[in-house]
Write a protein that binds this ligand. Structure first.
Ligand code: AP5
Ligand code: MG
Length: 217
């Protein structure tokens, strides 16, 4: 069976954390628009340079390039075979419509759109302590999930880094953009009956179990 999921929610609710669990345990292909942009930035491509201008200020990258980038990955044969988890896409009405069109062309539907919900003060605490592995992408937190050796990934030994958009002012702007532009997308999926709301304020394992129960129900 191939499962097709979207993870949606404000910055720092645990989309990346849950997406990694869904990949490790269910073998779903994960596609994070934010991670793809960060790889392009690191590789200093034209797309990366353009995206960086928006990301560093907490603004959304324009719809046209974002949709084109995600469409290319969605049309991959793997997506059909393994199923997928979209993390951070769609986050505008236009992106949600484009995704509907791509899936229609591919004759595929969505199983669940999972809205992860966490109080705002928890989000600020989480993003303030987040670190990621430059090599394998594993996500850590200075207090909630510290690495065994400071600055190094437990899994692959890669050096850890702090995202440039995890500065207090940029976090506030990302939250504002979420409320203004992405929250309406949750309403859109609520109407289609595919929405599953889960509590992201408990531990990652509890949230994962809630997702699992919701997608297998
Ligand atoms: P993106 O990379 O998608 O960032 P985001 O949506 O702001 O979300 P985050 O990655 O910050 O948080 P997360 O929910 O993944 O949380 P995580 O699991 O890391 O986007 C970045 C930028 O790219 C955007 O601002 C925009 O500019 C651009 N962009 C991306 N997609 C776009 C699109 N579709 N259109 C246009 N522009 C786009 O967890 C956070 C921390 O909390 C970690 O330290 C983790 O260890 C900890 N944690 C997680 N879960 C728990 C838990 N249950 N209990 C305790 N701690 C936990
Ligand atoms: Mg993320």
């Amino acid at each position: 069976m191939s499962t097709r999921l979207i993870l949606i929610g404000p910055p720092g609710v645990g989309k990346g954390t849950q997406s990694a669990l869904l990949h490790a345990r269910l073998g779903l292909k994960t596609m994070s628009s934010g991670d793809i942009f960060r790889k392009e930035i690191e590789a200093e491509t034209d797309l990366g340079r353009m995206a960086q201008r928006y990301i560093q200020h907490g603004e959304l990258v324009p719809n046209g390039v974002t949709i084109e980038m995600m469409a290319k990955r969605l049309r991959d044969e793997d997506t059909r075979k393994k199923g997928f988890v979209l993390d951070g896409f769609p986050r505008t009405d236009r992106q949600a419509e484009a995704l509907d069109e791509i899936l229609f062309e591919m004759d595929m539907g969505l199983d669940k759109v999972i809205s992860i919900e966490v109080p705002e003060e928890t989000i600020l605490h989480r993003l303030a302590g987040r670190m990621g592995c430059t090599k394998c992408g594993e996500i850590y937190h200075s207090r909630n999930k510290p690495p065994m050796r400071e600055g190094l990934c437990d899994k692959c030994n890669g050096p850890l880094f702090v995202r440039t958009d995890d500065q207090p002012q940029t976090i506030l702007e990302r939250l504002r953009v979420f409320k203004e532009t992405t929250e309406p997308v949750i309403g859109y999926y609520e109407k289609t009956g595919t929405l599953l709301r889960v509590d992201g304020s408990v531990g990652p394992e509890e949230t994962y179990q809630e997702i699992l129960a919701g997608i297998t129900a």
